[in-house]
Design a protein. Structure first.
Length: 116
């Protein structure tokens, strides 16, 4: 962790405070970290869709692992990987969509952006 010896305190409206607090919470950051990241030219992008993509990727990985174990045990000779291939294709399509959304939101260099 970096050392931040200086402290800045400032006043803002209740609405501003609530917005920064909500954005920091959505980004799973403290308010201080969120403000530092956005002030230093960074953009915090919260990708809500990633949870579902990661869940699908895990399921697909587990399915592939189970097929590998069964194949190594000799219980199946040549597993049909069509379903696994289709799942990976869907995941890749979602990741490409998310990547395009991120690139489109890079034009906005402030705050916490939600992927739509």
């Amino acid at each position: 962790m970096l050392n931040y010896p200086e402290m800045i305190r400032f006043r803002c409206t209740q609405a501003m405070h609530e917005q920064v607090s909500q954005d920091a919470k959505r980004a799973q950051m403290s308010i201080g970290t969120f403000v530092r990241e956005t002030y230093n030219g960074g953009t915090v992008i919260v990708i809500d869709e990633m949870k579902s993509v990661l869940k699908e990727l895990k399921k697909t990985g587990n399915n592939l692992n189970q097929l590998t174990v069964l194949s190594n045990m000799g219980k199946i000779k040549s597993p049909d990987l069509t379903a696994v291939k289709n799942q990976y294709s869907q995941i890749m399509a979602e990741l490409i969509h998310i990547n395009r959304s991120i690139n489109a939101s890079k034009d906005n260099n402030y705050g916490c952006h939600q992927d739509d």
